[in-house]
Design a protein around this ligand. Structure first.
Ligand SMILES: [Zn+2]
Length: 259
């Protein structure tokens, strides 16, 4: 896998970051034909670089842990999850208004929680069967401004059944784009982890990156929880069956730091 990644990175540099998955088929033709020709021919899909260099997800190398993290992150969340949606490509829980997280003087509003199977982020090259994203954002003031995001990533491993997941698992709508209201207080993030752990920034790997789905907006403060949470194989399987493989490939870190 690491070999593949390094091949991809090398190719990416010479190719303006072309798609890694296609390097085998295209390697012989690359030097002579710009990607737009491939696109026109319909033979290959080599997307032009339409984003910057701070993309997500990434492989987090845990030996960066000794870096002193001096950021302050404060949660003010009322545990109010109001609905559950089957979006076809993910399962999503929607927050009621009123929960916020502040970081470096900015207040982000909790919006939703969704799942990826398998995990998008890797720790020391290791993938996990599931990752949950708690998404908060600051709406753009003007039409042309970019919204800012703060996303908490929680990685899951196979183990004991998870109380939080049990609270909504049987309520996921069967039909794609179905949405079901939840009784307030029936699904509680507090049952996933104690809020004391959330308030200590040392429990997270932090880096700056992007959304992992289009438009891959690069205004995301990522906080990946260091503690790996357990869920039962059945719970993970249920979510995975609904959403399929919806994990984006890891992206180059380039000059970014993890703290
Ligand atoms: Zn996500």
């Amino acid at each position: 896998m690491s070999q593949n990644i390094s091949v991809c990175l090398l190719l990416s540099l010479s190719l303006s970051l072309s798609a890694c998955a296609h390097h085998k088929q295209t390697a012989n033709n690359i030097a002579h034909k710009p990607s737009s020709i491939h696109k026109k021919s319909g033979l290959y899909i080599l997307p032009d670089l339409d984003h910057g260099l701070i993309q997500s997800p990434i492989n987090i190398r845990s030996f960066n842990e000794e870096t002193i993290n001096t950021h302050e992150i404060t949660f003010h969340y009322q545990d109010k999850i109001k609905a559950i949606e089957n979006l076809g490509n993910t399962v999503q829980l929607n927050f009621a208004e009123g929960s916020t997280v502040s970081y470096e003087g900015l207040n982000y509003d909790f919006k939703q929680v969704h799942f990826h199977t398998p995990s998008e982020h890797l720790i020391d090259g290791m993938t996990f069967p599931m990752e949950m994203h708690i998404v908060s954002s600051i709406a753009a003031k003007n039409k042309n401004d970019t919204p800012r995001y703060l996303v908490l990533g929680i990685l899951f491993k196979m183990g004991q059944a998870n109380k939080f997941i049990d609270e909504f698992l049987n309520q996921i709508p069967k039909t794609e784009h179905g949405i079901v209201p939840l009784k307030m207080g029936a699904v509680k993030l507090n049952d996933l982890f104690s809020s004391t752990k959330l308030h200590d920034v040392k429990n997270f790997y932090h880096y700056q990156g992007s959304l992992t789905t289009p438009p891959y907006t690069e205004t995301v403060q990522w906080f990946i929880f260091k503690h790996i949470i357990e869920a039962s194989p059945e719970q993970i399987e249920t979510i995975s069956t609904i959403e399929g493989n919806n994990a984006r490939h890891i992206q180059g870190i380039f000059t970014r730091g993890i703290d």
